[in-house]
Design a protein around this ligand. Structure first.
Ligand code: 2HA
Ligand code: ZN
Length: 296
């Protein structure tokens, strides 16, 4: 191959700068960066902990397409086929990226991937500057998007994974049991009845980034937006960024309240918790129905 001239290299550099800036200025990229920083401020993203993905709208994809790299990455097989995600584009946090840095350098800490026409492979089309790649939990994000898109009639666009301290601790205290956890959240903070009437699911302890973890999570996500990964973190799904952050915040706050109340009551008869009848009446006031199998 002929060595590119200084002129060609100059043009290539300018194109890259334009492509970077043009996508970085989009509202959805700015909003993702802000959410990542908000999660960092909450203390949920130590090291490179946590990851986030956003399923772009067709309008956002067409507005950005002319800035996608001319030399797109190779197709990378996912080992799973996702229903309903063919040809979709996702913004994804990069493997090893720190949430506190996304706002400072979106083109390195984020990237855009495009799914192939059969829904079983992706390729990088923007970002991941410096040779990055999608988060190590991308398989989980991918299958969960597929499930949540189907059960929400296409409304769900966000999958967000964080390491919230109290939720992880609560999982440990309550044997990572979905029923005990759901009841503890509902009983501790009324907001969790409103945001999570279907309760929280919990997987077994499975290896981070594994296909087993992705599969177990997506099974639970058929029924709920939010799943606890024991001794690891929480993964939740929502229609938009504010709802995803709000959901994670509610789960974490309810967990903290439970743990604080239990600690304060140590030696006494345990926290004074609402009864099932109390929970049902809060749910009725909010106009939601609590998952029956977690009651009683
Ligand atoms: O390190 O949070 O689950 C990123 C993660 C893996
Ligand atoms: Zn994690």
């Amino acid at each position: 191959m002929e060595t590119p001239s200084i002129f060609d290299r100059g043009i290539e550099k300018v194109k890259n700068v334009v492509s970077e800036a043009s996508v970085e200025q989009r509202g959805f990229i700015k909003a993702i960066a802000r959410t990542c920083y908000d999660g960092w401020l909450q203390g949920w993203h130590e090291g490179n902990g946590g990851n986030l993905s956003y399923r772009m709208t067709p309008e956002e994809t067409s507005a950005c397409r002319s800035y996608f790299s001319e030399t797109v990455g190779e197709w990378v097989g996912l080992g799973v086929r996702a229903v309903g995600l063919q040809n979709e584009c996702f913004v994804v946090t990069a493997q090893g990226a720190q949430f506190r840095n996304v706002m400072l350098d979106p083109a390195s800490c984020l990237g855009i991937v495009e799914v192939n026409p059969t829904g079983d492979a992706y390729r990088n089309v923007w970002g991941f500057k410096g040779g990055g790649q999608p988060t190590s939990e991308f398989t989980s994000h991918f299958i969960n998007h597929s499930v949540r898109k189907a059960v929400t009639n296409g409304s769900c666009r966000i999958v967000y994974h964080a390491h919230p301290t109290s939720a992880i601790a609560l999982g440990s205290v309550l044997q990572n049991d979905s029923k005990k956890l759901s009841r503890a959240l509902w009983q501790s903070l009324a907001e969790s009845i409103l945001l999570l009437p279907e309760g929280i699911g919990a997987t077994k302890r499975l290896a981070p980034g594994s296909i087993e973890l992705a599969g177990a999570t997506s099974e639970l996500m058929e029924k709920t937006s939010s799943v606890l990964w024991p001794h690891h973190g929480v993964i939740c799904s929502a229609n938009d960024l504010d709802s995803a952050l709000g959901l994670m915040h509610t789960i974490e706050k309810a967990s903290a309240i439970y743990l604080q109340a239990a600690a304060a009551k140590r030696g006494a008869s345990g926290p004074d918790m609402p009864t099932d009848a109390d929970l049902r009446s809060v749910a009725e006031a909010f106009g939601v129905t609590l998952e029956e199998k977690y009651l009683g």
